[in-house]
Every structure is written in structure tokens, then in C-alpha cells.
Design a protein around this ligand. Sequence first.
Ligand SMILES: *Cc1c(COP(=O)(O)O)cnc(C)c1O
Length: 434
Amino acid sequence: MKYRSTTGKAPEVSLEEAVVKGLAPDRGLYMPERIPSLPHDFFDRLPSMSLPEMASEIAEALFGEDVDSEALKALTVDAMNFPIPLVKVKDGVYSLELFHGPTLAFKDVGARFMARLLGYFNRGNKDRMVNVLVATSGDTGSAVANGFLGVEGVRVFVLYPKGKVSPIQEVQFTTLGKNITALEIEGAFDDCQNLVKQAFLDKELNESMMLTSANSINVARFLPQMFYYFYAWAQAVASGTDPENIVMCVPSGNFGNITAGLIAKRMGLPIKRFIAANNANDIFYRYLCSGEYIPCASIQTIANAMDVGDPSNFARVLDLYSHDHGAIYAEISGCTYSDAEIGETMKNALEETGYVLDPHGAVAYRALEEQLKCGETGIFLETAHPAKFKETVERITGKKLDIPQRLAAFMSGKKQTVSLPADFDAFKTFLLSC
Ligand SMILES: *Cc1c(COP(=O)(O)O)cnc(C)c1O
């Protein structure tokens, strides 16, 4: 399978090149040249399959031409080693709990798969060292660092803004050691992101070391996220839900997560429709209403992993629907909620159902409450464990949260960071010295 750029001005590349490069040289995003369909009997078998089993078959359909079958199966099973249960919240509304992985957020799925795939491409290439640069405001850094921990031939540099990441988040990528280096930047998140972007454009740096990104721009991070859409559908159907009336609601920021779901649908998964749930960063919602896409600066909200003013994967959504606004509008609806509305939803859901929502999941839960039609079953993606946003959730709901054991375990580690100014020359000198 070849991968082509959404911008269409760069040559097609192999899976390996798409994964190692991240972004296409014409600044476009890579897409598989065609989307394979899964056979009918696969969907008949789905409700009785385990998550690793179905993930392996889907991975084979997507990546089977480019990765040895046995190795692909092994790495997929290893990546998908934690449960993703579908939990009933109330009649017709289910939560797909994506927070049972090592860093308690859905990004664990893509990060773990990408790390293992990169490790596979590095085998027999002992001299190759791939350097993953990742700027984080919290969640991405921890998922990527933990996903890549100990993977041979890969080093990870996590850039984070000094003092602007919660202590719970910080320990998840500063205490790991081994092939993970945490860089504490004296600046804001945007400074970290700019340093990473500048590094990808710097000729000298790219000539002396292989650099790649591990955000949802990377095909190996966003495509595997489709596994759990199949699994959500399968679990709902196994419990007696009408298979043709399932609506998936996705709390969206950079739109990598929902794009994986849209591709799952193209592969044959009968999701009836999607809802892209936004916080106050409502750029996609406004696109749905007007047909015009106008990026803007992001606004800070309590669902901060969705504070994105110019979602990178919007290019992939446009590409999938051949830039046809009507076709997009027919399959995806939108919504936008203020912090006050998100908080109110968290409080009401807890009182009404006993379910504790995190701020991101709450955006999607509310969208289902407002938009679900008669006969439909709604599944929202609960993208992070509420304890990751302990202060916010406790302040709003009044409920005390326990910190899960695997989160607490990070707290006892020793912090190891390198401090750098928000200055590209200093960053470059540091990388070249590694
Ligand atoms: C990253 C993130 C999102 C947004 O996902 P996208 O793929 O960027 O749309 C939502 N919720 C949480 C908790 C996240 O960490």
C-alpha cells in the first residue's frame, strides 16, 4: 500500500517512509492510497471476537502488504493489551472507556502501536536511530513517552512548558529515563511546538539525525485508533443493540480520533452517523454551519486537550469526502459547549446516573443528550480518566476521586529533566550533542 499526501504535491511513499517522515514534504498529511473493505463475514464474526483478535485482522487489511503477518499480529496484540469496555451510562447511552491504558487516555492506543511499528521497521537496521520530537501540553507527552519506552532504535524528546503542566501529567514523562528525555522549556506550549516545527525544517539537523513526529499527523498513530470503533460496535451489538442505529460521538480537538472512525466506516463498519463534539474551540462546528473553514487562535477551556484552533486532521476529513461540504454534513454533525455547560453536564450526569465524566467525555455526553434521535443508540468516547483532571472534576462535582494505582505509581519516580530556554539555537545544539 502506498501513502499519498493530502496536498497532492509530493510523491507517494511506502508505509515505512510515511511513518518515519510523519508529515509529507509538501506539508500535506499522508493518507492510504485506497481504503480496503472488510469482508461481510468479518462483521458477522465481530460480536464474538476479542479486541486483540479484531485489531489484528483490521491491521492485516491495512498494513498487511507492508509488514510481515506474524510480526504485525504480535505487535498489534502487544499494543492492545488493556481493556476498552463499553459501559452503559443510561438507556441508549454508552461510554467507550478508553482510559484503561498505561497513561489513562485514548492516546495510549495510537502511541503504543506506532512505537512498535517503528521498532519493527528498525529491526535489522541496528545503526539507525529515529528521534521522535513531541511538544506537549500534558497528555500527548505521557502517552508517547510511555508507548516508546524501551523501544530499540528510537529516542524520544518531550518538550513541555515549565510550570504549565499539571504535576500528575509531568511525572508521567519526566520519571521514565532510558530512551526518553524530558526537556523543560522556559516558555509556553506554543514555544515548544514552534521549536519542534523549526527542527523539522532545519536542513543541518535533518541531515545529521532522523527526526519524526508522534502526534496524530502520523499515520501509525491515527489509523490504529479505528480498532476501538469496531470494538465499540461489536460490544453494543453483542448486548442486543440494533446494529444499524449506532451513533458515535467523539470529543474532538485535532480530529485524529474522529477521522479514524470515519475511515472505519469506509472499511464497512455500519456506524449510522458521527457527532464531532467541540468545546468553545468551535472551528469545525462553524465549518459545518457555513461551509467556510476559518482557523483561529485557540481558547483555553477545562477540556484542554481539545483546545485547538486549527485542527491538523481537518485536511484528512476534507480529503475523505473530496472537499464536499454536503457529504461531510450528511455524515457528521457538530456542537459546541462552553465551560459552564461542560461543568453543568458533569454535575447533572453524576446526579442522574452516578457516572463520573471527565471534561472531554462530558462534551460528547451532552451532545448525545441533545442530538440523539428516537431509535438510535449513542456511544461517546470517554477519552481520559476523570482522575487525570482531579482538581477540575472534584471542584465541579464535589465528588472526591481516588487516584488509580498506575497513576500513583508514577508519583514515586525521580524527576529527570533538561532545562532549556525557548530558543531554537540552544535546542538544536542540545539535539546535536545527543
Ligand atoms: C487528545 C485528546 C482529545 C482530542 O482528540 P483529537 O484526536 O485531537 O481530536 C480528546 N480528549 C482527550 C482526553 C485527549 O487527550
